[in-house]
Design a protein around this ligand. Structure first.
Ligand SMILES: [Zn+2]
Length: 681
């Protein structure tokens, strides 16, 4: 089941030691006062910040999130270097006095082997030779199935994705799911779009695959032929895949069926054997998220020559491994990344190693990270804020004019059942079954991926563990999980500019407050509203209320469809509707919470701004972002969030509270005409 975060997770993030003096609250230097607030609030509120923070060469995007992520990365580096020193000094076997100690040792070793560029250089491609030899020996469809399963076991999406998830209709049960996948480019749209940029990216991708195959030993004619056929195969997979917008409906990706029915859908898949090879436990039923995809994949398994499937396996294994091999491979990997993101230079090695350590073993370094950054007092304050916001949303639901009493009652039941997770897990992940070696590093990447896939698949058939976290503690992000009906805020985001105990209340409500409201609203967006208080996909809406919601949501879709990025890209209103609904709802709830808190306090202005103005300035400030054109394109196609500018100007132009705070008049660009203004929650 997807989680719904504040921004797209897993992107390359932040850099550059930024030595600006710390301002607690609104900093006038962030503004561009040559632009009127009612004209383009994003420019007014963030023009100064963006002018002072150009995108560093090694990043595809630069914004508040990235800058904070960069600071966290420095902290995590200190944690990892300490762990690495301990681990390398103690030897891997001697010192694991406790589980936590042993996990710290493992992540220390993981990081140290990542930093060992000498070992990577001397190893070259040799660590992959056994896998490459197995692939080269694929001579029958059964051989192919077995090797594809092996690679899926290390989380490579070969032909399709295999994982586990809560059963959407019974959240107490963890089940096996298979879904469309198998592509090398970031989205199926990269294959099906016909504009000149898409064509150029595909050409560059084929050239990349050709070089990869050549570096692995093919002569140039064989490599070019192989790359072309891999592209043709991926093109076929893309053509049978559904668009992201179609997959937003949780019912559209729920097709639980007996294994025998899946076998009828795609008889050449040999499901039981394939899933066993992919590491899944024996199951009698599963969710085939995209039945039409599997029906067509069945044809491809027969019609595409085995030699092409073999080259596909080989090129995907190489592309998966190349960031962690010797410098020739790393350079080739970056060459392709640069085409997709516009990034001009590679991140320094330690940053790449911090990132992969956090992604692979985030909870092993989380305890030490939290000890350095996140106090019990900060946790208590953040929790108090979440409770405040829940109380406001409760009152909002109780008085919402367009909703009938029957639906309202259910909505409140759902809100009352929300769980909150703040800072870090109560129970840390158990890494005892992960073997981390002294290198070469690619072996550890594979081991960590296999450990993670095993961990996920081992959940099938066991009681759902509601203490689990999806993001690591240093992550600058947050999420709502519909299956758990919970909002989760890692320690990484509970810092300035999102959350600053020294800043005025209004600034915190416009920052983390609106972020909390955003996550809570996900429980009631186009997807979240379809789940009940237990996290089950169940329709608890009256027909009239469902229509009322859809009409309002359509207003948001239409509004954002009207926005552009750069010269020619259009925001996808349908893809981004859930996030845009959450932004608008989150702002409304946070604003009401601010007003409530101001009833008992003196109204202090800060940097010449009223508390209400500070609130909106703070919201804009967290979305201050510059993005390279190449990466903006990738985000428009794949990211369910609108670009920063529209996350500011979009919701605020729907809010009379904003117009009042900045004395905007009807007719101003920041004031949408009354008949077009959207209010949902
Ligand atoms: Zn979100």
């Amino acid at each position: 089941m997807p989680i719904h975060s504040l921004l797209l997770a897993g992107l390359l993030a932040a850099q550059s030691p930024d030595s600006t003096a710390i301002v607690h609250g609104i900093d006038r230097a962030d503004l561009d006062t040559t632009c009127a607030a009612c004209q383009d609030f994003y420019q007014f509120a963030t023009g100064g910040w963006r002018a002072r923070h150009p995108i560093p060469a090694a990043y595809p995007r630069w914004g508040s999130f990235d800058l904070l992520q960069e600071q966290n990365r420095e902290t995590v580096r200190v944690v990892l270097e300490e762990a690495a020193r301990d681990a390398m000094a103690s030897g891997t076997r001697s010192a694991p006095a406790s589980a936590a100690r042993s996990a710290a040792n493992k992540v220390g070793t993981f990081y140290a082997t990542c930093m060992d560029s000498t070992a990577a250089e001397s190893a070259g491609l040799s660590p992959l030779q056994p896998e490459l030899a197995r692939i080269a020996a694929v001579a029958t469809p059964a051989d192919f199935r077995r090797e594809a399963g092996r690679l899926q076991k290390i989380r490579m999406p070969i032909a399709f994705a295999v994982y586990s998830q809560q059963d959407a209709k019974n959240s107490a049960e963890e089940i096996l799911i298979v879904a469309q996948g198998g592509l090398g480019l970031p989205d199926r749209d990269y294959y099906v779009k016909t504009d000149s940029t898409s064509v150029a990216i595909r050409t560059a991708y084929v050239a990349h695959l050709g070089r990869v195959l050549m570096m692995a030993g093919d002569d140039s004619a064989t490599a070019i032929g192989g790359a072309t056929r891999v592209m043709a195969l991926e093109m076929s997979l893309a053509r049978i895949a559904r668009a992201r917008t179609e997959r937003r409906d949780p019912y559209a990706v729920y097709h639980r069926m007996p294994l025998a029915d899946a076998a009828r859908l795609a008889p050449h898949l040999e499901w039981a054997e394939w899933l066993r090879d992919a590491g899944a436990p024996t199951v009698t039923s599963l969710n085939v998220a995209d039945p039409d995809f599997f029906r067509s994949l069945d044809t491809l398994l027969v019609s595409v020559p085995l030699a092409d499937w073999r080259t596909y396996l080989r090129s995907h294994l190489l592309a998966f491994a190349e960031p962690w091999l010797d410098s020739r491979w790393v350079a080739e990997d970056f060459r392709m990344e640069s085409i997709l993101t516009g990034t001009k230079e590679m991140l320094p090695r330690w940053k790449r190693c911090v990132r992969v350590s956090d992604n692979s073993m985030g909870e092993a370094l989380g305890e030490a990270y939290v000890a350095r950054t996140f106090s019990p007092a900060a946790k208590a304050r953040a929790l108090a804020m979440v409770r405040n916001m829940e109380a406001v949303l409760h009152d909002d639901l109780a008085t919402l004019a367009w909703m009938s009493p029957a639906t309202r009652k259910q909505a409140i039941t759902k809100l009352d059942a929300f769980m909150n997770k703040i800072g870090y897990p109560d129970k840390w992940r158990d890494y005892s079954r992960l073997e981390v070696s002294r290198g070469p590093f690619i072996d550890n990447v594979i081991a960590a991926n296999e450990f993670d896939q095993n961990r996920r698949l081992a959940k099938i058939g066991r009681p759902v563990d509601r203490t689990e976290w999806t993001m690591s503690p240093p992550t600058v992000n947050a999420y709502y999980s519909p299956g758990f009906n919970e909002v989760v805020f890692p320690a990484g985001i509970l810092q300035p500019p999102f959350f600053d105990p020294e800043a005025p209340d209004a600034v915190n409500y416009g920052g983390i407050g609106a972020g909390i409201g955003h996550e809570m609203t996900h429980g009631f967006d186009d997807q979240g509203r379809k789940f009940d208080e237990k996290g089950n996909l169940r329709d608890w809406w009256t027909a009239d209320d469902a229509t009322g919601f859809q009409q309002r949501a359509q207003g948001i879709v239409d509004q954002f469809n009207g926005y552009t990025v750069g010269d020619s890209l259009h925001v996808n209103g349908k893809l981004t509707q859930g996030e845009n609904i959450a932004d608008l709802g989150g702002l409304k709830v946070a604003y009401a919470a601010l007003e409530r808190s101001l009833e008992h306090k003196t109204r202090a202005s800060d940097a010449g701004f009223t508390p209400e103005q500070q609130f909106f300035l703070s919201w804009a400030r967290i979305w201050a972002t510059s993005t390279r054109a190449e990466f903006a394109r990738q985000l428009v196609l794949t990211d369910p969030h609108a670009p920063g500018k529209w996350r500011v100007d979009g919701p605020l132009s729907n809010m009379p509270e904003f117009a009042d705070a900045f004395h905007c008049q009807s007719g101003d660009p920041m004031v949408r005409p009354a008949e077009k203004r959207v209010a949902i929650w």
